[in-house]
Design a protein around this ligand. Sequence first.
Ligand code: ZN
Length: 412
Amino acid sequence: MRSWNAPVIPVLPGKGSAPDLFDTATGGRHVTDGGRLYVCGITPYDATHLGHANTYLAFDTLGRVWRDAGVEVVYAQNTTDVDDPLLERATATGVDWRELAASQTDLFRSDMEHLRVSPPDHFVAVTDVIEPIGEAVAKLLADGFAYRVDTPDSTAGDDVYFDVDRAGSETAWHLGLESRLGAGDMLRFFSERGGDPERPGKHNVLDPLLWRSARDGEPSWPSAVGDGRPGWHIECSVIALDHLALPVSVNGGGSDLIFPHHEMSAAHGTALTGETFASHYAHSGMVAYQGEKMSKSLGNLVKVSQLVASGVDARAIRLALLDHHYRSDWEWFDDSLLTAVARLAEWQRWAARAVDGTEVTPLLTELRRHLADDLDTPGAIAAVERAVASGEAPSSIDVEAVDALLGIRVSA
Ligand code: ZN
């Protein structure tokens, strides 16, 4: 599927360091220099709120830091363009689900371009990979990692579930490998985030759906396991396997994907290949608004496209988001933007006084140090603020460093 236009990123003198990045699976930090990045994409029915933008900016920062360190980056991302929430929204609004997905994916592309987020090398719609997903489910069935559950309301056979206990006993994966959660939290998150612990006939209440057999009135496709459509987690496993060598260097997304999504995608990937799925799991925090986590269900979304349409400079949105550490949970206030707009204007006045340079500057060294330190963008922004406040004219390299590493083009 078409990705979006890449921003031009200046090449800086010298070389940065690969980032020392927090890993959810170990609870510690490790230097990560593999460059194979898989970040879970959107379900295109309500793009792109500031919570999404916060996540994609975090991993855009990772890509920028990697490239500056000389790491070759290969980036894959899915779009879940068929799933229950999308179908429910399409039904509720009387829009064809395909049109809803296409229009919202277009809006997402446009938002990412406005925010100067580097596009994935492989931007993959789930509806474009139904066949390989069906083959993967058939392989899991053949290898005993999956089983069918009686599905009387299907027109095409039984649903297929993944057997977490079998995978836990026969592969290097086990429940909790990535999330480090206890059984109670797992069950709660599984219920809240698309799982169906009550489904009769499952071996373990946490077994996730791999394949939903066709139902009347729902989209379905022929596959190696009959007509139907994929479950959520297997899509990311298959897309990652198609485009990135295992282990993926970093599997990233919002912290609400830790369990069950990332844990189960890893389980499927390991059961399919015998390999470790990812070396590193990185998660961005949640953004709240009006006292609650920004979410579709609460209706408290602040959307990038609406801010841009109202005349807000997208660079100010980027600056406002990067002023929070990617792992922290924080609240968006409307005046966050006013601060960022004023800051952007100051940085532009500073950049306008730049003198030509070619050498590594103290500010560039400082930015590299902050960003290699678990992507400390607030520290990097504070370093630019100190340089601006010093009253000294910057080197053109300082201005290019702000562009290349923070993604904010302040030169004319
Ligand atoms: Zn995913």
